[in-house]
Design a protein around this ligand. Sequence first.
Ligand code: HEC
Length: 160
Amino acid sequence: MNDFIINFCIFRFVVCQHISTLLTSLRTKENTMKKILPVAALCGIFFIGCGGAQEPAAEAPAEGGAASELVSGYDLAKGKEIYMADCASCHDEGVLNSPKTGDVAGWTARIDQGMETLIQKSIDGYNDVGNMPAKGGNDALTDEDVADAVAYMVNESVAK
Ligand code: HEC
């Protein structure tokens, strides 16, 4: 793994050098500085990346990890289709006091109940601050369909 990181850094170094050589040949042109600056900045980012590359595995899951963990195992693409057909009519705009999809603040406490509870209440329907119809009012949906739709909504409604 370390060998890979070192090789990767060397590769990036070579690429940067190559770009510098190209730029040197452009030096005669009067707007060279304008061209060099962004590329130099890019090279800088590459090198910062090299420094941070020591712990890539540790950093990656932290970003949005909570959301992907919550919705892993659900079919989000299918969930989106179901959502568009059977749930968006209320949840896109927050009709009838429904939690608006994408409203992170409005969803936090609901998501804290856990996926199973969210899904079960969506299957059965419930009436707390508004009327959430069983399966969004479409009896033809399976429990799994509803679960996928809920996962899609949750995924759209967490901070990313
Ligand atoms: C007729 C409007 C309407 C439709 C259609 C609808 N919902 Fe809702 N939904 C609501 C309302 C209103 C609430 C808030 C109910 C409350 O908290 O009292 C709600 C709440 C929810 C919640 C939050 C549950 C919780 O425990 O906080 C989820 C999840 C949800 N709906 C999923 C869905 C899904 C999935 C569909 C489509 C299959 C759907 N809804 C279709 C009105 C609707």
